[in-house]
Design a protein around this ligand. Structure first.
Ligand SMILES: O=C(O)C(=O)[C@@H](O)CO
Ligand SMILES: [Mg+2]
Length: 258
C-alpha cells in the first residue's frame, strides 16, 4: 500500500504553515513534504515533526527569484556558486530534519537562450550535489514540470528526466514522477511507470485537469496505486494537490489508505 505524504504547501492552507503539521497528523498522515523549509530554523521544524509524530520525506532547493520569473537556479549558467551554496544549505536542512531526499529545482530557460548550456550547468550541479549528499545517504530528485504549470522549465517530459538521470549516472539521483505533469505531457501512465521503475525516487499525485484530489478526472489512481505495489515501489506518494474546497472535506479518498 502506498505511503502518502501530505504536501503542506498545497494542503491544510486553512491554517498557518506551522500549524499544518498538526492538521496533517490529525487527518491521519504520518509523512509530510513541502516546497521549502528555509524561512524557519531547522530546530523549529524538527520540533514540529517530533511533536506530531511525522516524518519529513521531501523538500526542494531554492526557487530563486520567483517574483522575477525564476523557478530554481541549479540550471542557470553563471549562477553556479549561488546554486552550490543553496545545495549545501539544503543538505544541512535535510540532515537536521532527517529527510532522505531533496528535489533539485532546475530553472526556467528564457526563450532565445542556449538550452544546451542550461542543461550542462544542471548536470554539473546535480553531480556536485550527488557527491555532497552521498555520505549522508540523501537522494536527489529530478522532476519534469509541464508547461501548463511552468512554461519553459528546463525539462517537461518524464522521458527527458529519465535521459538526464541516465546521463548523470549517479547512484543517488532519482526521478520524482509527478503524475499530474506526466499526464499533461506524456500520458500512457502505466507504461511510463514501468519504464521508470528502476529510477523512481518519489511520486506525486493530483487529478487532471484540475489538480485536485486524486478521486476525479482522467487519471485512474486506484489502478496506479495497485501498479506501484505490483512493481514493488516502496517510496512515498506526495499529495501535491489543491483541495476542491477544504482539505478535510476532500480526504474521503484517503480513508482506505490510513
Ligand atoms: O510543481 C511541482 O509539481 C513540484 O513538485 C514543485 O515542488 C516543484 O516545482
Ligand atoms: Mg510535483
Amino acid at each position: 500500500m502506498p505511503k502518502f505524504a501530505a504536501n503542506l504547501t498545497m494542503m491544510f492552507n486553512e491554517v498557518p504553515f506551522l500549524e499544518r503539521f498538526e492538521a496533517a497528523a490529525v487527518a491521519g498522515f504520518k509523512y509530510v513534504e513541502y516546497l521549502w523549509p528555509y524561512d524557519y530554523p531547522v530546530q523549529q521544524l524538527k520540533a514540529k515533526l517530533i511533536e506530531n509524530g511525522l516524518q519529513q520525506v521531501l523538500f526542494n532547493t531554492s526557487g530563486g527569484d520567483i517574483g522575477g520569473g525564476e523557478w530554481g537556479i541549479c540550471a542557470l549558467p553563471g549562477r553556479e556558486e549561488e546554486a552550490r551554496r543553496d545545495i549545501d544549505r539544503a543538505l544541512e536542512y535535510a540532515i537536521g530534519l532527517n529527510c532522505p531526499r531533496v528535489l533539485l529545482m532546475a530553472g526556467v530557460v528564457p526563450p532565445g537562450e542556449d538550452k544546451e548550456e542550461y542543461r550542462r550547468t544542471f548536470i554539473d550541479n546535480v553531480r556536485y550535489a550527488s557527491k555532497q549528499y552521498r555520505p549522508y545517504g540523501i537522494d536527489i530528485m529530478l522532476e519534469a514540470l509541464s508547461p501548463e504549470v511552468k512554461p519553459n522549465y528546463l525539462y517537461s517530459s518524464q522521458y527527458q528526466a529519465l535521459e538526464l538521470a541516465e546521463l548523470i549516472d549517479c547512484d543517488n539521483v532519482y526521478i520524482q514522477l509527478d503524475y499530474y505533469h506526466a499526464q499533461n505531457v506524456d500520458g500512457n501512465l502505466s507504461r511510463l511507470t514501468n519504464r521508470l521503475k528502476q529510477r523512481l525516487g518519489h511520486i506525486q499525485i493530483a487529478s487532471v485537469p484540475d489538480r485536485h484530489e486524486p478521486d476525479e478526472g482522467e487519471i485512474n489512481y486506484v489502478h496506479l496505486f495497485g501498479l506501484l505495489d505490483a512493481i514493488g515501489y516502496e517510496g512515498f506518494v506526495g499529495c501535491e494537490y489543491q483541495p476542491r474546497t477544504t482539505t478535510q472535506a476532500g480526504l474521503g479518498w484517503f480513508e482506505q489508505y490510513k
